[in-house]
Design a protein around this ligand. Structure first.
Ligand code: ADP
Ligand code: MG
Length: 576
């Protein structure tokens, strides 16, 4: 049947690009089938979508028998496929995207993606190919060379166990599974994060996520040392960051933000050689930062902000243009609402007047003139009464010493436990600032209107991502540049699809067109539970909107980032 491709290509050779549409269909090759799923309109458009199904799954069952191993194996195969593509460098003859072969395979994180799907009896690969053209004329021979010669070589080189370096493959899977296992032990150790000795935390540059060469490896201080079991009957030593309130202090340029960044991304597992393979953080960690200019929809920020001039009631606070402090307050409440119990802060990206208000300022500007209850007056209450831990990078103020359960000092990139010293300092230099919290911490749930998510532009469904940090939905572009734990554009795209799915639940379940939601379990957290469960049960394909069947470019997002996108939609509406 593959000969059919040859005859079609011979027939359409030299004709206008549209004739490539004749290629749509499924063809049997010797050891796989090829489906040409979608043909691009012209050589400059986004490349055509292809699916290869390898008839046989040659990978030992033990490498994909549980969901963790399956994710890691699929990730490995996608990387092998990409590497295999890279061996054919002279493909790109012709105009536009002619000859480009692309698979979504990720960077430093091992994640579940839609590009590779392994099942007990077959292996499916979804990828892109720019069908070649000279100008807008079909290059039939070149297309033949790519489809009939190069593609089988790529598939054979990356989709069969016996053709892959098994040591490397097994290590990839084991390393992922170890990290999962370590993360699962954090709770019983009463830790929020673990950083293994020898880890390499700094990155090559602000634009490269690869490890910095010649970095000083991480070394835990004795008093914070923990032994953590990996899955392979052995244990590793490293630093545990305990639950509660933890401060990271130290001079400028000593590695505080680098440590926090590693903790932020410790919610994901990293590829071997990354340096952060055994840096693990509880899965519910959310980075909190100031984000002035964002929109906020009826968030109850009253635990942090009361009666600001011209606003009044802050238990249902909305704005099109939040300030640094109100955006940070909203970010906290929204993260808790989505289910997080671990908040991460860096002074570099926090609003100072939200984090602290010192004794002198309290004397000069009286409490009744300051609408903000600074975070310092809620941080311990959040832990004691609500079980919410905080890790804060704070080099510029000692006010938090009194509140901290653990103080870690970074000195020349190495951590030291200075909890005792910090306690002594706060006794020697007593803090006379007054606690400013009024009433107990709390907030009210919100019930999102699925109808306020507008996925259509005119009549056309429009859902996509532009890079990692711009989400396209309907006629809106949602700015996610301050949502710092997003790592792949596939996640952003999957989030836009998830928002569409939520929108659809309304069309199905809301009677009438009010877009109102009256069932109790459709509080925002309930919506996230639903989406998360569907993705876990049915895979990423569940998210796919009509017309995008068998997507090649989705990466599993976390519920916190789905919520973050929803909360930043400028059309978003909720009931309280
Ligand atoms: P801080 O937040 O304390 O001001 P940063 O974390 O921003 O400091 O680190 C300052 C610089 O030091 C960065 O360029 C970072 O890449 C580098 N750095 C951090 N940790 C290490 C390390 N372990 N080895 C080498 N360089 C490091
Ligand atoms: Mg810093």
């Amino acid at each position: 049947q593959k000969e059919k491709i040859v005859s079609i290509l011979n027939r359409i050779d030299g004709r206008g690009y549209k004739a490539y549409l004749d290629l749509k269909g499924t063809y049997d090759f010797d050891f796989f089938s090829l489906t040409i799923q979608h043909v691009q309109r012209d050589p400059f458009a986004s490349p055509s979508r292809l699916v290869v199904e390898v008839y046989e799954n040659s990978f030992p069952a033990e490498l994909h028998q549980n969901s963790a191993r399956k994710i890691a194996l699929e990730d490995y195969i996608s990387r092998a496929f990409r590497k295999s593509i890279g061996k054919f460098t002279d493909n790109q003859r012709g105009s536009g995207k002619s000859g480009i072969i692309h698979i979504d395979a990720g960077n430093q994180e091992i994640l579940q993606r839609s590009s590779v799907n392994i099942s007990p009896d077959k292996l499916e690969i979804r990828f892109l190919l720019g069908l070649p053209a000279r100008g807008r004329r079909i290059m039939g021979r070149e297309a033949q060379r790519i489809l009939m010669k190069i593609l089988p070589e790529i598939v054979s080189g990356s989709c069969f166990y016996e053709n892959l370096p098994s040591d490397e493959l097994i290590h990839h899977v084991q390393s992922f599974e170890d990290a999962e296992y370590m993360r699962s032990q954090l709770k019983e150790h009463e830790l929020v994060a673990f950083i293994v000795d020898g880890a390499v935390l700094p990155r090559e540059s602000g634009v490269s996520d690869r490890p910095l060469s010649n970095a000083l490896p991480f070394k835990s201080p004795l008093s914070l040392q923990v032994a953590m079991e990996t899955g392979q009957d052995c244990s590793v030593i490293g630093m545990g960051i305990p639950e509660g309130v933890s401060l990271i202090v130290g001079g400028g340029y000593h590695g505080k933000s680098t440590l926090l960044r590693a903790v932020e991304l410790g919610v994901y597992n990293h590829i071997p050689g990354d340096g952060r393979e055994q840096v693990v953080t509880r899965a519910d960690a959310v980075k909190i930062r100031a984000e002035d200019g964002r929109s906020v929809e009826k968030v109850d920020v009253s635990s942090f902000i009361h009666n600001p001039p011209g606003i009044g009631d802050t238990s249902s606070f909305s704005t099109e243009n939040a300030s640094g402090s109100t955006s940070q307050a909203a970010n906290i409440i929204e993260s808790l609402e989505a289910g997080s119990k671990l908040l991460l802060f860096d002074e570099d990206t926090s609003a100072t007047n939200f984090m602290i208000r010192d004794e002198r300022m309290q004397r000069l500007v009286k409490k009744d003139k300051e609408p903000i209850t600074p975070f310092i007056d809620r941080v311990d209450e959040l832990y004691m009464d609500h079980g919410v831990s905080s890790v804060l990078v704070m080099g510029g103020s000692g006010d938090y010493f009194q509140k901290a359960d653990t103080v870690i000092m970074m000195d020349n990139y190495q951590p030291h436990n200075v909890t005792m010293e910090a306690r002594r300092v706060s006794e020697e230099v007593p803090d006379k600032r007054e606690t400013e919290s009024k009433g107990k911490f709390g907030y009210t749930q919100r019930y999102p209107h699925p109808g306020s998510i507008k996925p259509y532009k005119g009549k056309r469904l429009k859902l996509d991502s532009r890079g990692v940090f711009n989400l396209i939905i309907g006629s809106q572009t949602v700015d996610l540049s301050q949502v710092e734990q997003l790592v792949e554009s596939g996640q952003t795209r999957a989030i836009s699809y998830a928002l569409y799915q939520f929108h659809k639940t309304c069309v199905q379940s809301c009677n009438g067109n009010s877009g109102k939601n009256d069932s109790k379990n459709s509080a925002l957290a309930g919506v996230l539970d639903y989406l998360e469960k569907q993705i876990n049960d049915e895979g990423l394909d569940f998210l796919t909107p009509p017309g995008r069947e068998r997507p090649h470019n989705l990466t599993k997002p976390r519920r916190y980032e789905i919520a973050a996108a929803m909360n930043r939609l400028r059309t978003f509406k909720v009931d309280k």
